[in-house]
Write a protein that binds this ligand. Structure first.
Ligand code: FES
Ligand SMILES: [Fe+2]
Ligand SMILES: [Fe+2]
Length: 489
């Protein structure tokens, strides 16, 4: 059986009878915007948050949420007589008034966004708006009652308003986090990292957008890019509109921008910036060059991108080789880590093979836990940062470390002779095996691009840290034992 939080939005999404009133409300909003004439687009840009680079509505919505919650707390304190009543009441009334002003502005921005969504999302959006309107109505009513001195019923009205607001906020969250309304829908693939030919120059006509595709190996998918020849220059940007995924290659050029055919967002040809909303996110950009009779493109990395260009990888490689001097002795980092993986695997097999009531099982489990923690620490501190320029596996591998640490903590809490322990140990074993194998099959291979000298240097550092960690853990374990013995004496 599904919970109320599932059934509530599901019922709204399926309620086709809401379509007729939804269209009527959308028509009223459109008519209001139409009468503003040439100011209509700038007004919409302000309401959508195009100027801000993020949707404006959720930011404004924090005003009523914050102030009305504050008012609820102050009302509660007033009702309980926790402080001088007049001061509390005045503060609560002020918070409600500020919230009303915020709610009115937030609803204008919300209506502008809602006008552009369709189908089930439009129905949910209508439910969201209805609940928030009810919250606004109850709060305004509450303020009127308070002014007449009927504070008790006034507090009840604004309390009911707060509940309606919370239910409306739930639907708003559903629209964004579940239905992905308002989130960036552009393809943010880092490919191609180096210049890649995509189309003969002769195939492009002035101001006629043309779609090409590039392959993203990591995502195992084609990524669409739109090319536009405008005033003798070729421009390229992601072909999937960041607003709701519309096909920009089917759009048109207007005032130096490419217009999306779905809701009219206009993107600067040269920079990918949003010139007109409803979109708030820029399009992915590509460098363009002409080589012979071919147009070649290369993705422009965005700030904070994990993906590096071939030039950056080569620069890192050159630095590693130049900085290394004579080839360091010892094993390479991947060899040291592989050996440690094997040790972890043997430890798991040993514990799994022991009798549940074997008193040594707990000690072996502690040893495994210590080695696993040290392994993760060494990788996070030395190997992952070093390998990041040549491997995109690092963020996922790091996330897996956190999951392994959580699983380990649960396993350690269980008695080693319990059936739950067996189950948890098996799951942890599988998770560690999956993690170690994917490192060996992917990251360790990619790490070879760092060069042998750098890998040997890292191997040395890893061996030293493994040793250091083991010694310091042994020392602190001894200290803890000593304290326990002294306390017992
Ligand atoms: S999909 Fe809405 S403007 Fe492009
Ligand atoms: Fe790892
Ligand atoms: Fe590892």
């Amino acid at each position: 059986m599904t919970s109320l939080t599932e059934r509530f939005p599901a019922a709204l999404e399926a309620a086709e009878q809401l379509d007729a009133p939804a269209y009527a409300v959308a028509d009223v909003v459109s008519t209001v915007l139409e009468v503003t004439g040439t100011a209509s687009q700038p007004i919409q840009n302000v309401l959508h948050g195009t100027w801000l680079g993020h949707p404006l509505h959720p930011i404004l919505a924090t005003v009523p949420v914050g102030t009305w919650t504050m008012a609820l707390a102050l009302d509660g304190a007033e009702a309980l007589g926790l402080a001088p009543q007049r001061r509390l009441g005045e503060a609560a009334d002020l918070a409600l008034k500020v919230g009303v002003a915020g709610a009115v502005v937030a609803s204008a921005a919300g209506l502008a966004d809602w006008r552009q969504i369709h189908g089930r999302d439009r129905r949910t959006g209508l439910g969201h708006a209805a609940l928030n309107s009810a919250a606004l109505g109850l709060t305004v009513g509450s303020l009127a009652l308070r002014r007449k001195g009927r504070r008790g019923i006034g507090r009840a009205a604004s309390g009911a308003g707060w509940l309606a607001l919370a239910a409306g906020a739930y639907l708003g969250g559903h629209l964004v986090y579940r239905r992905r309304v308002g989130v960036d829908q552009a393809d943010r693939s880092p490919e191609p990292r180096g210049f890649q030919p995509v189309l003969p120059v002769a195939a492009l006509q002035e101001d006629r957008p043309r779609r090409v595709e590039v392959w993203d190996e990591a995502a195992r998918a084609m990524v669409g890019v739109v090319l536009v020849l405008h005033r003798g220059q070729v421009h390229a940007m992601g072909s999937r509109c960041s607003h709701m995924g519309g096909p920009l290659d089917e759009g048109w050029v207007q005032n130096g921008g490419l217009v999306c055919p779905w809701h009219g967002s206009r993107y600067c040809l040269a920079t990918g910036r949003v010139l007109d909303g409803p979109s708030t996110s820029p399009q992915p950009r590509y460098d363009v060059r002409i080589s012979g009779d071919q147009i070649e493109i290369r993705h422009v990395p965005e700030p904070g991108d994990e993906a590096l260009t071939p030039e950056e990888v080569d620069a890192g490689h050159a630095y590693a080789v130049a900085g290394a001097g004579a080839l360091p002795e010892g094993r390479k980092a991947d060899e040291v880590l592989f050996e440690h993986h094997q040790l972890l695997r043997r430890l798991f097999e040993t514990i799994e093979g022991m009798q549940p009531d074997d008193p040594e099982r707990r000690d072996m489990m502690r040893l495994l836990a210590g080695e696993l923690e040290i392994h993760e620490h060494v990788e996070d501190a030395i190997f992952y940062p070093a390998v990041r320029p040549v491997s995109e596996d690092v963020p996922v591998a790091h996330a897996e470390h956190q999951q392994l640490a959580d699983m380990l903590a649960v396993t350690l809490r269980l008695g080693t002779s319990s059936p739950e322990f067996e189950q948890q140990l098996r799951a942890l074993h599988q998770a560690v095996d999956h993690h170690a194998s994917s490192e060996e099959e992917s990251m360790f291979k990619e790490a070879q691009r760092l060069g042998e000298a750098r890998l040997r240097e890292l191997g040395q550092q890893i061996e030293e840290m493994l040793e250091h960690e083991r010694v310091s853990r042994a020392r602190s374990a001894f200290r803890a034992l000593k304290i326990r013995l002294l306390e017992g004496a």
